[in-house]
Write a protein that binds this ligand. Structure first.
Ligand code: TRP
Length: 334
C-alpha cells in the first residue's frame, strides 16, 4: 500500500502486563495505522527508569511488551517496533530540548506532580524532564501523529511547545505533533467492578490481561457486580450492568448481544447466564493472543532479530533528523 507522508509515533512503558483497555484503546488502532502510515512504535524502557530504578525485571518486561504488541497484530516488517535505549540519538535530542524546556512548566506538569506524591523519596531530574524525553522520542522521527489517550495530552502539548521554540530559534525542522486516533472517540474498556476503566496498576481483579489464563478470565467475570435484574421493562441500565454489555460488545456476536438486550428489556435477564456467555467469548478472544505471546517469548532469537530490525529502521530516521538538527543549531564548525 502507498504510504502517506505523515509519520506516526507512539511509546509504551514496559511496566506491566497489557490489558483489554490497552488492546481496544490503543493496539487495535496501531494495527490499522501500520498499513496507512510510516509508523514508529517504541518500548519506553528509559522512561521506566524514572519510576522503576530496579531493573531486575526489565528484560522480561521488555520482551513481554514486544511479544504482546506482535501478538496483537503489530507487524515488525510494516512498522518500526524498537526499544528506546537502542537509539542513542534520542539522548542527544533530549539534551538539546532540555535547553528549551523551562523548570517552571516542568514542575507544573500533572504527571510530575502525581509522581512526586507517589514517590517523594525519589524525585529525580529524569522525572522532572520526563516530557522532554517523550518529546525527543516523537520529534526524532519528525512525527506529526501520536496515538495516545487523554492522560498524555499535556505531554503532547509540551512537545508542541518545544518543537515551536526550536523552530522559532533555529529554523523550521519539526512538525507540531498532534494526538491522533482517526477522529474516533477512544473506546473505553470498563473495569469489572463497576468503577472506572481497566488499568495496569489498580484493582487487578477487575482488569482482564492478555496474559490471563482461561480460569482467571472466567473467575474475574464471574465476580463482576450485578443485581437481581430490572423491575420494569425497558429500564435504564445501572453503570455496572452497562459495563457488562459494553464488554460484550467488544468480544461477542451481534446475536448474543441482541438476545441479552431483549432479555434485559423484558425483565427476563439472568446475569449468571450472561456472565457465562461473556466469559466464554472473552476466553475465545484472549486465548489465541496469549498463546501467541507465549510462543514468541520462548523464542529469544526471534525477539532479538525483531529488536535489531526495529532499531535499524528507527536509527535511520533518527540519524537523518539529527543531521538537520545539528546543522540548524550551528553545531558544525568545519
Ligand atoms: N509517556 C507515555 C506513557 O506513559 C509513554 C511514551 C514515551 C510515549 N514516549 C512516548 C507516548 C512518545 C507517545 C509518544 O504512556
Amino acid at each position: 500500500m502507498e504510504k502517506k507522508q505523515q509519520i506516526v509515533m507512539s511509546g509504551i512503558r514496559p511496566t506491566g502486563f497489557l490489558h483489554l483497555g490497552n488492546y481496544f484503546g490503543a493496539l487495535r488502532n496501531y494495527v490499522r495505522m501500520q498499513d496507512e502510515f510510516e509508523c514508529y512504535f517504541m518500548v519506553a524502557d528509559l522512561h521506566s527508569l524514572t519510576t522503576h530504578p530496579d531493573t531486575k525485571q526489565l528484560k522480561a518486561n521488555v520482551h513481554r511488551v514486544l511479544a504482546e504488541n506482535i501478538a496483537s497484530g503489530i507487524d515488525p516488517d510494516k512498522a518500526a517496533l524498537y526499544c528506546q535505549s537502542h537509539i542513542y540519538e534520542t539522548n542527544e535530542l533530549y539534551l538539546i530540548l532540555n535547553m528549551l524546556a523551562y523548570k517552571g512548566e516542568l514542575e507544573k506538569t500533572t504527571t510530575f506532580k502525581d509522581k512526586v506524591r507517589l514517590q517523594p523519596e525519589n524525585v529525580n531530574a529524569g522525572l522532572l524532564t520526563y516530557p522532554v524525553l517523550q518529546a525527543a522520542d516523537i520529534l526524532l522521527h519528525r512525527a506529526s501523529l501520536v496515538p495516545v489517550g487523554k492522560d498524555q495530552e499535556q505531554h503532547l502539548e509540551m512537545a508542541r511547545n518545544f518543537a515551536k521554540r526550536f523552530n522559532h530559534r533555529y529554523g523550521e525542522v519539526f512538525p507540531e505533533p498532534q494526538a491522533f486516533n482517526y477522529g474516533l472517540e477512544l473506546i473505553k474498556v470498563p473495569s469489572l467492578d463497576g468503577s472506572g476503566k481497566m488499568s495496569k496498576s489498580e484493582n487487578q481483579n477487575a482488569t482482564l490481561y492478555l496474559a490471563d489464563d482461561d480460569d482467571t478470565i472466567v473467575n474475574k467475570i464471574k465476580k463482576a457486580k450485578t443485581d437481581s435484574g430490572p423491575a420494569t421493562p425497558n429500564a435504564e441500565k445501572p453503570d455496572y450492568i452497562q459495563n457488562i454489555f459494553q464488554l460484550m460488545r467488544l468480544v461477542s456476536s451481534e446475536e448474543v448481544i441482541a438476545k441479552f438486550e431483549a432479555d434485559f428489556n423484558s425483565c427476563n435477564i439472568r446475569y449468571g447466564d450472561m456472565k457465562k456467555q461473556l466469559a466464554e467469548d472473552m476466553v475465545a478472544f484472549i486465548r489465541p493472543i496469549r498463546e501467541k505471546v507465549n510462543a514468541i517469548l520462548s523464542d529469544e532469537k526471534y525477539l532479538a532479530g525483531i529488536m535489531e530490525l526495529g532499531a535499524e529502521k528507527a536509527r535511520k530516521s533518527a540519524k537523518a533528523t539529527m543531521e538537520i538538527v545539528r546543522e540548524s543549531i550551528g553545531l558544525k564548525y568545519y
